[in-house]
Design a protein around this ligand. Sequence first.
Ligand code: ADP
Ligand code: MG
Length: 225
Amino acid sequence: MNNYALSVQHISKFFYEPKKFQVLKDISFDVKQGEFLALIGKSGSGKSTLLYVLSTMDTDYDGSISINGTMLKGKSQNDLAAFRNRNIGFVFQFHYLLPEFSALDNVMLPALKLKQKPDEQIREEALENLNLLGIKDQAFKLASKLSGGQQQRVAIARALINEPAIIMGDEPTGNLDSENTKIVFDIFRQLARDRGQTIIAVTHDDDFADNCDRVIELADGKLYR
Ligand code: ADP
Ligand code: MG
């Protein structure tokens, strides 16, 4: 047991195709609850691979990970999926919204899947999240009709719907202009500060990284702090 939001111990991972290659090399680090962490590194350094491992989507690695004191090793795929739904919000560079559904429906979906709250409550909370992100007035528009920045904010509202302890972003502002990047950064900052949510974001934006609480860097699969 430990008190960290995320504790990563000696993570190594290999890919075997087209030939054996070690993509992650003995990576260890801890993240405190409410910390806003930037993960940087050149293209191909292993950032996305590491995030997939940390977010429990990839279980093929050596070493151990605990999230809020829960060890992930040994859990079944079903248990991991349930754990992920409750504890981790994920935001990608490309938002993967359902284009023919409204912004509101997109945000509600992960909570409807969990089936732990009445639909009406989920709807209220989804509207609150859209409000937090400054796009409540877009709630009933189709996702495909929103601007890039608005779509990314919908994706963040969706990632927040199950109140995850940890939010992981793989280049969450990679597709945004500087104005929208600042908006998204400020939202993450606010979530960490006001709600104690822990944020790990891959970024290539120096300004974004400089304003995080801490920066860690991957180079050739090794972690530098
Ligand atoms: P980053 O996100 O930092 O750009 P990635 O984690 O996507 O880097 O990739 C790290 C390295 O692992 C790269 O050399 C990439 O080509 C390789 N890689 C990624 N996914 C696979 C895979 N499924 N099979 C084999 N090699 C992979
Ligand atoms: Mg990547």
